[in-house]
Write a protein that binds this ligand. Structure first.
Ligand SMILES: *Cc1c(COP(=O)(O)O)cnc(C)c1O
Length: 411
């Protein structure tokens, strides 16, 4: 698994980032009079040359490149072309090395987060159905599991289309074909003909992964048009490494787009959602009125920080594909360790074997422990589950303390 994604040394990374910034406009040396942008205010932000020479991300922040628009298709603002190239490389790594798409066959951009990337996908498909089939908004619906992220509700609200949620089994967090079928029938009864289906690659609360074959099996016999978006905001930088047989990749022709969030599992700065979609779809949200932006604007957000794209690219190439795989292996081992301890204590939990999230069944005595260790509940008003997310800093040493307290809470 590595075509574009190669591990690089700190020296190589520095040369590439400083080289890219060099190709962007230079407000000091050139006469740039019409661009509403500049370097960060040096009275406020330390721009000590000696320090920034060794800190490519910080240097990029002070240079403040704007990555407005989408750079994988058409033309872009020439002022920041150096760092746009880094974003293109990042999108290509995510689409081809991580999600197994063909080279140059996907478009994408670094969004503000998973919320924006999900809304972007749903916006594209809504417009696609409107344009292609002259569909009314009421004939287009979002279909997703009850465990889906609330950004789907935001999308439904913003885009004025209905949303239907498929119930999941309390213990397996799975949707049965019967429940998918009956929700689709209900939507059809309401006049829906075109479906925007969201499939989860690790849900926020449970780390559960939707079975796309069960989903497509029902969709194909539904008589409705459907487009599938995969929400990998949580799992995007994890699940593709732990499940080598994953059906949630661009190799699966049923899938058209993905959301990944580098600021969830990949320890990157906030503002690093990643939106990826097969070619020939993103133009359905072209805002032609963005006439002052060269190449117009195919994204939801508008101006956005180029430093964010640089941060994610640096994280990926510093670790390299093997380093990344190893990182997930360690987290998998720690997660297994916790699950074994919970099983031994007879504490109920849900865990997808390929994920690093453990949702523990709430028991009457658990609330104090949950609050001591900042376990996140499914509902703050009446919790049924508390989750543990095994990240880099969640070591077995720390997990031991949790297990000890849980044991005490049982007695
Ligand atoms: C966190 C999350 C989102 C939203 O991502 P933000 O970056 O917070 O906007 C969407 N979907 C899933 C599954 C998530 O876990």
């Amino acid at each position: 698994m590595s075509r574009k994604w190669k591990k690089k040394s700190q020296e190589e990374i520095k040369n590439i980032i400083y080289g890219a910034l060099e190709q962007n406009i230079n407000y000091n040396k050139q006469n740039i009079l019409g661009v509403p942008a500049s370097y960060l205010d040096e009275k406020v932000f330390n721009q000590d040359a000696y320090f920034l020479k060794e800190a490519p991300f910080m240097f990029a922040l002070t240079q403040n490149p704007n990555h407005i628009g989408c750079h994988t298709t058409g033309t872009s603002e020439p002022f920041f072309k150096g760092t746009h190239e880094i974003e293109k490389k990042l999108i290509e790594i995510c689409a081809t090395d991580i999600l197994k798409g063909g080279e140059g066959e996907q478009d994408g951009y670094v969004a503000s987060g998973g919320t924006e990337a999900n809304i972007q996908a749903i916006w594209i498909y809504r417009n696609y159905y409107k344009r292609k089939f002259s569909a009314e908004a009421s004939e287009i619906a979002i279909i997703c599991s009850a465990d889906s992220h609330y950004s789907m509700d935001k999308a439904a609200n913003l885009l004025s289309i209905p949303i239907y949620k498929i119930p999941v089994d309390e213990f397996s967090r799975k949707m049965s074909s019967e429940s998918i079928g009956s929700v689709i029938e209900q939507a059809k009864g309401d006049g829906v003909k075109h479906l925007i289906v969201v499939c989860n690659m690790m849900t926020t609360m449970f780390g559960s992964v939707d079975d796309i074959d069960v989903m497509t099996g029902v969709l194909e016999t539904s008589g409705c048009h459907f487009m599938i978006h995969v929400d990998g905001a949580y799992g995007g930088f994890y699940y593709p490494f732990t499940d080598k047989q994953s059906k949630l990749t661009f190799r699966n022709p049923a899938i058209t787009s993905f959301t990944l969030d580098a600021h969830k599992m990949a320890q990157s700065p906030y503002g690093t959602g990643i939106f990826l979609i097969r070619k020939n779809f993103i133009h359905y949200v072209n805002t032609k009125e963005a006439s002052y932006v060269e190449g117009e604007d195919l994204t939801l957000i508008g101006s956005r920080s180029g430093a964010n794209a640089i941060a994610v690219w640096m994280i990926l190439v510093k670790n390299g594909p093997h380093g990344w795989f190893e990182k997930t292996l360690i987290l998998q081992k720690r997660t297994e360790w916790l699950c074994e301890k919970l099983t031994a204590l007879g504490i109920g939990y849900f865990r997808n074997p390929k994920s690093n999230i453990v949702a523990i069944r709430a028991t009457p005595g658990m609330e104090k422990v949950a609050s001591k260790f900042s376990l996140v509940p499914d509902s703050h008003s009446s919790p049924s589950w508390f989750k543990v997310v095994i990240m880099d800093h969640v070591t077995i040493e720390k997990l031991t303390l949790l297990v000890e307290d849980l044991e005490v809470s049982l007695s």
